[in-house]
Design a protein around this ligand. Structure first.
Ligand code: GH3
Ligand code: MG
Ligand code: MG
Ligand code: MG
Length: 314
């Protein structure tokens, strides 16, 4: 691949996690300025364009670009304001912003950097300089994304980890509280798993957990749902805007799915195979502590265990 077609051809091996064509948003109220930058990046990036601040925000929300090149002086909403808005929205706040502007006084530059921009480039642009700076910040973005991914995924099973779940339940609690929608939670515990380890060995135990996690991951989830490993042989699922009745159906489908995996368990007191017990809880979040939702799901799980395992309670 020649350098005209990839910004990263010399740095990254083929098959690296980074998309071949990073997504770049160019924002300028004057189309001729967009044109100049397009000529620099059109071949190596998937380029989006916006001619106003509002349009830039919309593209950020919809397309999630990897980087934004942002003009400062624009009629309706200036670039500094756009940058502040990007940085204040959790969903898009990690998109790096570089100002490209003729307002290149130290005061302007400081203002831009304080608004959260990572760099500041003067117009008229020098194509080689802009390309080099964009490349640097895209590389940083790749590395940050990779680290974030690493920090949120469970090492053994590859599904979300406890940290990710804790973050998501916090934000979904707040979101559902704002909208008055119910938030449902499913808590899962593998039955007689100590016996499974004792009989088949710890490595087989690990394989079993991977299979259970895989089945969970492949259950049909909606956009904001999350399934995570809560710890040990326990898993949790969070279902925003879901009623108890629907969460119970989902839980039963998961229980059946694990049963149908037919992972042999010769020493289980419950069945000839690996089974799970499941507790379900649902609430419309209010000003009480979200830990109550977790405790409620936990109580139901305990009931499922007491009731004979391989069952759902809620
Ligand atoms: P119950 O049906 O009441 O849930 O019984 P249990 O044996 O599943 O419950 P208990 O909590 O006594 O045992 C859980 C076991 O899970 C003990 C622990 O060694 C095992 N375990 C926890 N994490 C892992 C892991 O990452 N890999 C393996 N192989 N085993 C694990
Ligand atoms: Mg302008
Ligand atoms: Mg347990
Ligand atoms: Mg268990």
């Amino acid at each position: 691949m020649s350098d005209t077609h990839s910004l990263f051809s010399s740095e990254l091996a083929p098959g690296s996690a980074y998309p071949e064509r990073p997504k770049l948003l160019i924002v300028d109220d004057q189309p001729v300025n967009i044109q100049v930058l397009y000529q620099v990046f059109g071949a190596s990036c998937e380029v989006f364009m916006a001619t106003s601040g509002q349009q830039a925000l919309d593209v950020c929300r919809q397309k999630r670009p990897d980087l934004v090149l942002l003009d400062v002086v624009m009629p309706d909403m200036d670039g500094v304001e756009v940058c502040r808005k990007i940085k204040s929205e959790p969903e898009i706040s990690d998109i790096p912003v570089i100002f490209v502007t003729s307002q290149n006084s130290p005061e302007e530059e400081t203002l831009g950097l304080e608004a959260g921009a990572v760099d500041f480039i003067s117009k008229p642009i020098n194509p080689a300089v802009v390309k080099a700076r964009v490349k640097t910040h895209l590389m940083l973005k790749i590395q940050t994304d990779a680290l974030r991914e690493l920090a949120s995924v469970d090492g053994l099973t590859g599904i979300s980890n406890r940290r990710q779940f804790d973050e998501r339940i916090e934000s979904e609690w707040r979101a559902c509280r704002r909208t008055g929608q119910p938030l449902a939670m499913i808590m899962i515990d593998v039955d007689h798993f100590k016996k499974y380890n004792d009989h088949y060995g710890h490595l087989e135990g690990d394989t079993c957990l991977k299979l259970v996690a895989q089945a969970l991951k492949e259950s049909q989830w909606r956009g904001r749902d999350i399934a995570a490993r809560y710890g040990g042989e326990e898993f949790v699922c969070l279902m925003p805007e879901t009623k108890l009745e629907d969460a119970l159906k989902k839980a039963e489908a998961i229980r059946q799915r694990i049963f149908d995996l037919v992972i042999p368990h010769a020493t289980s007191d419950t069945a000839d195979r690996v089974t799970i017990s499941v507790g379900v809880a649902c609430t419309v979040p209010d000003d009480q502590d979200l830990k109550r939702l977790i405790s409620a799901a936990d109580e139901q799980l305990y009931k499922a265990k007491e009731g004979g395992r391989n069952r759902v309670e809620g």
